[in-house]
Design a protein around this ligand. Structure first.
Ligand SMILES: *[C@@H]1O[C@H](CO)[C@@H](O)[C@H](O)[C@H]1NC(C)=O
Ligand SMILES: *[C@@H]1O[C@H](CO)[C@@H](O)[C@H](O)[C@H]1NC(C)=O
Ligand SMILES: *[C@@H]1O[C@H](CO)[C@@H](O)[C@H](O)[C@H]1NC(C)=O
Ligand SMILES: *[C@@H]1O[C@H](CO)[C@@H](O)[C@H](O)[C@H]1NC(C)=O
Ligand SMILES: *[C@@H]1O[C@H](CO)[C@@H](O)[C@H](O)[C@H]1NC(C)=O
Length: 392
């Protein structure tokens, strides 16, 4: 596979995954109307295709009225004009076809049994439609392609609007959370989110499956090439942390391992040691085994059809992942939960969120509550399993 095809494959895996999640998330809570950002065009808060940035909002209730969760969904990235144009025909490049929606992620549910710590908080889901993890802000719009690269403005405008019209300016507790490309967005926007909120507010950030690693010791890794191309194409250099860009090239500052030490706001990192999306798309697209990764990274990430060679590659990745985590500073405000489940994304699945199978005796749901409310320190790094396990 040449690089161009690899990148196309990454794009489409991202989209298919996102659409799958979107369909999966149709369940039983009341539908929320979409809110388009007011005067989005004047503010420049526009999706790739120029449609307005948008979000869903469910008001908090009882003693949760001053508490806020803002969720950033995933969906990969685009790094060429053709890729980004393709994206404009999908829900991750445009809000043209976005309608009412339910927030069915377990930790966005208003049900106290399912979501004891956050059930009555205000909940916001900002649609991901910019292709660069809510980071780009290019003023000029190319007359030919008519593509807009403005994710950063969508994030800013949504937060400003929630402060001005929905009471977020009085927030007492707030949690920015995200999954996959949205998990990366969460880390990169975490301190900025903090800066929008009152000083007295307890603000924290939580990333699910957004800890993409460089893994430069592994053979023929494309991650650095790919991330660098995203950073270059979307002109992200000036928005990445200066503490990183002063010492490393901008492309490397899209990697959490190079920026987390400088994130001031408390951060919880949840990730698989054997992230199936990273492995198949960002690390080893050149080493798919004779059957390809498809059979070894099915939707439900079953391991039964992986070849011996693939299992070895997965384990090599796991070793590298744990080494990368080890190298992080030991910030006491940080929460960590690394799991041996062979998969990507936990947050969408009640079985994983609340299942007892994940790690030691703590479910993810308990771990995040304990960390957020400082009931206990949470550093759960699964170094017990050198092999991946199937969890769903
Ligand atoms: C959602 O929009 C529909 C159609 O505009 C409207 O009838 C309904 O009252 C709205 N629901 C809420 C909760 O705002
Ligand atoms: C864009 O989509 C078309 C049709 O779905 C596909 O044939 C093409 O390869 C895609 N281009 C890129 C750059 O992904
Ligand atoms: C809350 O979730 C529990 C467990 O799934 C369920 O039994 C209960 O009916 C739900 N409550 C409401 C009000 O939906
Ligand atoms: C594994 O392969 C068998 C035989 O090809 C197939 O029937 C089964 O569905 C596959 N399992 C998964 C999880 O992909
Ligand atoms: C998990 O709970 C069981 C039973 O309560 C206990 O025996 C065990 O030590 C606990 N394990 C951990 C890692 O906390």
């Amino acid at each position: 596979m040449d690089t161009h095809n690899q990148i196309k494959a990454i794009l489409w895996v991202g989209i298919v995954f996102y659409l799958f999640m979107l369909i999966k998330s149709q369940a039983s809570e009341p539908s929320l109307n979409i809110t388009f950002i007011t005067d989005a065009a004047a503010k420049g808060a526009l999706c790739l295709d120029g449609s307005p940035g948008a979000y869903y909002f469910a008001p908090g209730f009882d003693d949760g009225v001053d508490n806020w969760i803002v969720f950033l969904p995933g969906g990969g990235w685009c790094n060429t004009v053709a890729d980004c144009l393709n994206r404009t025909k999908t829900p991750i490049g445009s809000t043209v076809n976005a309608g009412a929606r339910e927030l069915t992620l377990p930790f966005l549910r208003p049900n106290k049994t399912i979501n004891p710590d956050f059930y009555n908080w205000n909940k916001v889901l900002i649609l991901y439609c910019d292709g660069a993890s809510f980071m780009a802000d290019i003023d000029v719009v190319d007359l030919e392609t008519k593509l807009y690269f403005r994710g950063r403005r969508i994030f800013t405008s949504a937060i400003e609007e929630l402060k001005a019209t929905k009471g977020m300016a009085n927030a007492a507790n707030a949690l920015l959370a995200g999954d996959s490309a949205g998990g990366l967005a969460t880390m990169l926007n975490c301190d900025r989110f903090r800066s929008f909120l009152p000083n007295a507010c307890r603000v924290k950030c939580y990333t699910d499956s957004g800890f993409f690693i460089q893994a430069k010791n592994l053979p023929e890794v494309i991650t650095t090439f790919y991330f660098t191309s995203i950073v270059t194409f979307h002109e992200l250099a000036e928005y990445l942390p200066k503490s990183c860009t002063q010492r490393l090239s901008a492309g490397l500052c899209f990697f959490p391992e190079n920026v987390v030490a400088d994130i001031q706001t408390p951060l919880f990192i949840l990730n698989s040691d054997f992230d199936s999306y990273q492995i198949a798309n960002l690390i080893y697209p050149n080493h798919p085994g004779e059957k390809g990764w498809k059979y070894c990274t099915s939707k439900f990430s079953k391991l039964e059809n992986c070849t011996t060679n693939q299992l070895q590659l997965i384990m090599d990745f796991g070793t590298t992942f744990l080494k990368t985590l080890e190298g992080l500073d030991d910030n006491p405000s940080r929460g960590l939960f690394s799991s041996s489940c062979y998969r990507h994304s936990f947050i969408y699945y009640p079985q994983l969120w609340q299942g007892t199978t994940i790690f030691q005796n703590k479910t993810i749901q308990q771990a995040i509550g304990d960390w957020y409310f400082e009931r206990s320190s949470v550093k759960l790094i699964d170094t017990e399993h050198s092999s991946p396990i199937s969890c769903i």
